[in-house]
Design a protein around this ligand. Structure first.
Ligand SMILES: NC(=O)c1ccc[n+]([C@@H]2O[C@H](COP(=O)([O-])OP(=O)(O)OC[C@H]3O[C@@H](n4cnc5c(N)ncnc54)[C@H](OP(=O)(O)O)[C@@H]3O)[C@@H](O)[C@H]2O)c1
Length: 296
């Protein structure tokens, strides 16, 4: 009999691909998102899980507006810390595995080499602090948990850097202006489907705790923007700039590179290099636009 997965945040950028990939892998999948479920309510969360009785709960929901978190501290902690705690209580009560998604923002970005799961977390932003507290609350409540720290996420659904850069490049190109992109922050662009495949390749193993889970290799935002613009065939003048020249409400880590140490140690790391991940994303986009044209 197929195992049951409950995916929370099923309409989000990662959650929608998680639903599709889990179904393709033969699981019986139920998806819920806000407002059908509000994970900040313990009663709603626990009773939903006890009704569905999933073998696995995958939490893709979060308060992801990093800059907004700086002014909406209570909301950020409610969704990113209390919410995961409620899901952990629900998982513990049902004997389910809880899969949770966390972030590179739990680190301050000052390290001069890739971060491993053993590095100490000293988040700088409210978003990072709230996500770290979410990790800690899960660890204190639920025995069977897998927490995947991901970074620089993009996919075919939702808002992300790829879409923002294309829009900005088109606008600048029309105005005959230069597009400036930050070149002193490094990380690993990671396609949603790569994360989904890695999660599905890990959930059958009786391994618990925190896993770093990004594509391989790294680049700067400027490098990634160059690749996006070239692939999109947009003619625009692109220039590197510094973080100081591009002030934002929430501080960003300069080094966001995560090493998938634990996945590699157990021989179950299947993520591609980020360039290959981006090629897969472009192919998926092409396929989706062909299906869309055919269905019109
Ligand atoms: N995006 C990145 O670059 C990145 C990087 C590192 C880690 N992550 C992590 O990856 C995960 C997925 O990110 P994503 O980009 O897919 O996020 P997303 O597109 O913003 O999706 C998050 C989903 O959670 C829902 N949600 C918000 N509050 C909720 C609540 N109280 N109860 C239930 N659902 C709620 C949202 O609904 P509404 O739309 O209605 O608010 C949305 O559908 C998150 O844990 C995030 O922290 C993301």
């Amino acid at each position: 009999m197929a195992k049951k997965i409950l995916i929370v945040g099923s309409q989000g950028q990662l959650g929608s691909d998680m639903v599709e990939q889990s179904i393709n892998s033969g699981y019986e999948v139920t998806g819920y998102d806000f407002p059908q479920i509000d994970i900040t309510s313990k009663d709603i969360t626990v009773s939903l899980a006890s009704r569905i009785k999933p073998d696995i709960i995958i939490n893709c929901s979060a308060f992801t507006a990093v800059d907004e978190c700086e002014s909406k501290v209570n909301e950020a902690f409610a969704v990113n810390a209390t919410g995961p705690q409620n899901l952990a209580l629900a998982a513990q009560e049902n004997g389910s595995l809880l899969v949770h998604i966390s972030t590179d923002y739990v680190f301050d970005g000052e390290k001069e080499s890739p971060y491993t799961e053993n590095d100490i977390c000293t988040p700088k932003s409210v978003y990072g602090k709230s996500k770290l507290e979410g990790e800690q609350r899960i660890q204190s409540v639920c025995n069977k948990h897998q927490i995947f720290r991901i970074a620089w996420l993009y996919g075919t659904k939702g808002k992300n850097f790829v879409k923002s850069i294309r829009n900005a490049a088109l606008a600048k190109s029309k105005q005959n202006e230069t597009l400036r992109v930050v070149n002193d922050q490094i990380g690993t662009p990671t396609y949603t489907v790569e994360v989904c495949r890695q999660i599905l390749n890990t959930i059958d193993h009786p391994l618990y705790g925190i896993f770093h889970c990004t594509c391989e290799g790294f680049c700067s935002w400027y490098d990634f923007a160059s690749v996006i613009i070239k692939a999109s065939d947009i003619r625009v003048n692109l220039e590197p700039c510094t973080t100081e020249e591009f002030p934002r409400p929430a501080p960003r880590p300069h080094n966001s590179v995560l090493e998938n140490s634990r996945l590699k140690k157990h021989g179950i790391n299947i993520t591609s290099c980020w360039e290959k991940g981006f090629e897969k994303f472009l192919n998926e986009e092409k396929l989706q636009s062909i299906y869309k044209r055919r269905s019109i």
